[in-house]
Ligand binder design. Structure first.
Ligand code: COA
Length: 160
């Protein structure tokens, strides 16, 4: 069975990669789907975010079926790519409410779609891309949170 892991990945962190690693151990094929636009103000373009996902996975030695950029609704992308399962990481209880809403809304849009949830390792449970960017912008060490390819571009981008 295959599954899709959608997200903003602005940028990908070791927490995202931890979820992808777990997913590849369960599913035959995992596709990472990078959403092009978001309600959030984005630091990296969709192409940069996808490249950083690919770079992080390469540095982690993880193979996925594809890293794709999608626009529009997740359910439409899933239908066109032949996916019925999407994966999400659940870090803290605060994630639950958003994920509940997203799952129920997606099911309403397409009842054939199911979301499954994976817990990251505990060292990544408090991690978010926003926090990583904030630490990098103030000159902090983010090597524990992101892979080297992300660290170097973050240092350069945040210095601007
Ligand atoms: N480790 C570390 N951080 C993690 C993480 C993990 N395992 N899982 C999530 N996060 C963080 C992300 O870094 C991100 O942090 P930020 O808010 O500081 O940037 C935050 O948690 C949430 O990010 P993400 O998992 O990328 O979710 P999202 O809310 O940005 O995106 C989509 C969710 C893309 C799946 C959703 O918006 C979507 O489907 N969009 C398409 C449009 C659509 O269909 N809308 C209707 C939905 S019902």
């Amino acid at each position: 069975m295959k599954a899709v892991y959608p997200g903003t990945f602005d940028p990908a962190t070791r927490g995202h990669v931890d979820i992808i690693r777990r997913a590849t151990q369960i599913f035959d094929g995992v596709e990472v789907a990078v959403v092009r636009s978001s309600r959030k103000e984005l630091t990296f373009s969709a192409e940069e975010r996808a490249a950083l996902v690919r770079g992080s996975l390469e540095e982690a030695g993880i193979r996925v079926a594809a890293v794709t950029i999608f626009d529009g609704l997740l359910v439409d992308f899933m239908r066109s790519a032949g996916h019925t399962v999407f994966l999400r990481g659940l870090r803290a209880i605060s994630d639950f409410e958003f994920e509940l809403q997203m799952q129920l809304m997606n099911r309403k849009l397409d009842p054939g779609i199911t979301g499954l949830y994976l817990l990251p390792s505990e060292e990544y449970i408090y991690l978010s891309s926003t926090l990583v960017k904030e630490i990098a912008s103030r000159g902090g060490d983010v090597s524990f949170f992101v892979f080297p390819c992300v660290e170097s571009i973050l240092r350069e981008r945040m210095a601007r």
